[in-house]
Design a protein around this ligand. Sequence first.
Ligand SMILES: Cc1cc2nc3c(=O)[nH]c(=O)nc-3n(C[C@H](O)[C@H](O)[C@H](O)COP(=O)(O)O)c2cc1C
Length: 193
Amino acid sequence: MKKQVTGIFLLLLALPGFGRGSSDLGAQELKGAESIINHYAAQNFAAGDITRAELDTILAAGVRSPSARNRQPWHFTVVRNRTLANQIVPNITEGNILIIISAAGDGKTNGAEILDCALATQSIYLAAQALGLGSRIYTGPINAVNSRFKGDLGLPNGYSAVALVRIGRLPPGADAVSGASSRKAADSMVTYK
Ligand SMILES: Cc1cc2nc3c(=O)[nH]c(=O)nc-3n(C[C@H](O)[C@H](O)[C@H](O)COP(=O)(O)O)c2cc1C
């Protein structure tokens, strides 16, 4: 636990514009925010299965996501078949799973369902990392999913894929401080009134 708390301090201090205020918080207060801030898109995965308990926990986070008027306009497709996963994301690592988040509708509107699915995507992405797994969000393959793989994936009628999350085990030594890309300075994107 001490190592994780130290990790979040390091990451916060590394974020431009966030060093002073965040480090004024105690370790216990920061602990709750850890998995929300201390994440990164995994670039490499190690071979190894995701357990059923891990998968159920990750899916629970998706199912529990907030949505406009609580309409829950999503469907989650878990792809464990490596051949199919490889057709969607090339060079998949053994044991990786894909969770495809689909929205009710044609997937081309800017309606609330897209935002709802984005939140579910983020919940799944963060839950995987909170369990110590690697995860990465992809939208690059989504056009191909919708044009070629809806049948193979058994997407419900009237649903279109919006995003997918790749989840897998991490190689030793991967961590948020060395793994994450930099961010723009907080001063350039935050206004106080
Ligand atoms: C909506 C969205 C779509 C993304 N699509 C892809 C993708 O198609 N392929 C990919 O390799 N990474 C994709 N990513 C991962 C981003 O490149 C990554 O989150 C970003 O560079 C920040 O990396 P970091 O969190 O490790 O710092 C996507 C991320 C988001 C949020």
